[in-house]
Design a binder for this molecule. Sequence first.
Ligand code: HAM
Length: 435
Amino acid sequence: MRLSAVKGTFDILPDDQPRWRHLLDTTARVLGRAGVDEITTPIFEHREVFEKSVGESADLVVQKEMYTFQDRGGRWLTLRPEFTAGVLRAFIEHGMHTWPSPVKLWSAGPAFRAENVQRGRFRQFHQVNCELLGGDSALLDAEAIALLVDTLSAAGLPGVHVKVGSVGDPEDRERYNGYLREALAPFERELSDTSRERLRLNPMRILDSKDAGDQALVAELLRPLDMLGNAARGHFDEVLAALERWGITYEVESAIVRGLDYYRRTAFEVHHAGIGAQSALGGGGRYDGLIAKLGGPDVPGVGWAFGIERVLDALSGEGVGPVERRRPLAYLVALDAEAVGELAALARRLRAEHRVEHSYTPRNPGKGLRDADRSGARLAVLRGSRERAAGVVMLKDLRTGDQQSLDLSELPDALRRSAGASQDDSARLAATRDH
Ligand code: HAM
């Protein structure tokens, strides 16, 4: 039997890692400057954490998309389909409502949804998630959106498309859902199966249907934004005003509907032309009432998540980010058995400063140099009986072909000089790219 990865999961290979790391480093830097600290929560939680938070009708997530299982102790556990619920569970458990407010937290890691696999839609995927907890001011909604835009921009996607809407307060949603139920009841049989189920559970989600028949049925109907109460309307206007003041371009989306149930008032998404119109890079919104629903104090919050794979897909489409794999500065070639041990020990010492690799078996000079070349090293260091007798190594610059015999004690300095020169090269390269 040939083993393969589970459908909808994938390996992140060494060549993909620099881009991945660049995105996370950028995220940590941009969010850190805004006072957002990192939190790591478990990958699985008690099933109730998600059942209570994402909601019964949430895009069928609870019924169909969660990986829920019973462990040997008979406990029901769920692999997180998203981060918000776990972060809020931690907020409550550690009494973070007593910390200076707002409490700002970001996380990154895998999430799991048993979805139909397609481009940008996986069963194990990764998110960067950010939550701002403890304020109901519209300024925090705007800050959340700005942080998402700023993070993506700093990572190399300056032109994302922001869509902002409002799903209103609970009573507005109730009113709107009642309106949709009434308007669509006569056409129930014409709706797609999913939308028929949504008509029962959460009619608003029908607006998000990709089915052409459903879309035609709702085309002329009022949108959630048309039926906002005064409080939600005022809040929404303040969010937009702040975005305008900060020069963040956005589009008002009157029918923004998110796949999760917990949103109140502001909801937003960020799209990018490069990855297909249907899929969002990220999204989020305000979820006042959710912490209380999970058994905590009634603290309001707003947040977002972006899909790391989707952002990387967009970045590679733009040709952005470091794509080069890290290469060793030096590759040590052992020309006889004794040199294998000597060079392994030498490599350990040199690794305090540089990336250094070596041969594990004796090689002849031709094969050894080919190994060094394949590793991508800048320098090859050769040692055999002749070098040992003279107390030297042979140092070869693989780019220029220059080679010299060097006293062993001089090697660290020679590597340092060469590493400095490589850094100058990349700085020059980066400078030419930037202009
Ligand atoms: P979400 O819209 O469900 O929101 O997911 C956010 C992002 O995660 C999506 O825009 C997408 O980029 C990525 N994503 C979701 N599902 C998949 C999948 N199956 N494969 C690949 N990427 C995917 C949330 O998860 C909310 N917790 C965001 C939030 C935080 N709201 C408030 N705070």
